[in-house]
Design a protein around this ligand. Sequence first.
Ligand code: ADP
Ligand code: ASP
Ligand code: MG
Length: 423
Amino acid sequence: MKVFKFGGASVKDATGIKNVSEIIEKYADNDTLIVVSATGKTTNALESVVASFFDEDGKALEKLDHIRELHFNICKGLLGESNHSVYSQLNDIIADVKKKLETYRLDSYNYVYDQTVSAGELLSSVILSAYLNEKGIKNSWLDVRDVLRTDETYREGVVDWKETTERSNKILKPLLKESKVVTQGFIGSTPHYSTTTLGREGSDYTAAIFANILDAENQTIWKDVPGVMNGDPRKFQDAVFIDELTYLEAVEMTYYGASVIHPKTIKPIQNKKIPLWVKSFINPEGKGTKVYEASTALKYPPIRVLKENQTLLTFHTKDFSFVPDDTVGELLKAFAKANLKINIIQTGAISLQAVVTNVPEKIAHVIELVEGHFNIKQDDDLTILTIRHYNDEIIAKHLIGKEVIIGQKRASTYQALFKLKKD
Ligand code: ADP
Ligand code: ASP
Ligand code: MG
């Protein structure tokens, strides 16, 4: 069996969904599991509903109606003005979110976020499933929340593998014996049936979880690029296609911020040695990139990754105590407590520098925890450039017009923290 995952860009409108259904018809098997993300920018639109709810600006319901209209229009493009049951399913999903919004307290942002934002994947999967059946591509729609169990960490649900495996065996496997299954990426549920999400862009990860549990032959994530390139083609005009990658290279790239694959995707498929294909939904005949356990060492071009919106935090001890000997542990604990990942770290005698993604509330939390011992300086609007398999020429070429604040060279990875030079 295979697992296919279609992201938001592939199902953004009726034409997109028709294209996806052609890909499914041509390349999927009878027992393929199809994981789908919310259409286009729907997740952002739902985030805006949550913002309106907490800002109490009175626009939340109006914004939900707009989202419903967008989905109705997609359905009209696919199924016409019929009285197909999908329209009432879409209505029910939106009505459910509205009803819940009336009962929430104003103090649990992450909980409300997950109950609301999860609607995007419910809407898109209902439409895709109905359209496939209409076209004679037999499938059943599965509410993934009946199977994918997480803890109660809203917005970053931690998967309960044991429970999810048991439920997949009981619920999902029998469905796949009958036909293809269409389900949602990104969402799950707690043991008490509250909806959770796995973190933004998490649908690739959902697909990998099921590929692992179902021992899939392979997993394909269908994207708007020919495959993995040696840099985001939106940022590097000279980016070239890469035929194949080892799991290790893929995990390194995604760790440093290559957003073409969600970073959590690699582990579940690596653990079962399941090949991952990154293919183009625009040109499905194209070769695509294969991520697998290659038996011989693969040769790579220099691979570039940019991570924007970075902040440099510099901590100076107030009493001249040595950072490496006395206080580094305390500092790292503060970052862990605030759930703020350090992207680059550098220590001196009485100072430590940490580069983090600028999440203001998490940075404020770290500062609050350690400001008694340190003078702290914060520099925003920085970017990290990572180059895997670098050479000096490539580094020089990429640093033109940039003021390097930190540069670090390791065996196969070069990293620079920079800001653009003002002219
Ligand atoms: P999805 O539709 O699954 O959400 P994404 O938009 O998250 O897909 O991922 C595809 C995008 O990833 C591409 O449009 C491209 O801009 C970006 N990207 C970033 N790094 C790379 C890379 N190294 N190779 C190809 N695409 C990349
Ligand atoms: N719809 C979710 C998001 O936009 C999950 C995903 O697309 O993978 O973050
Ligand atoms: Mg996406």
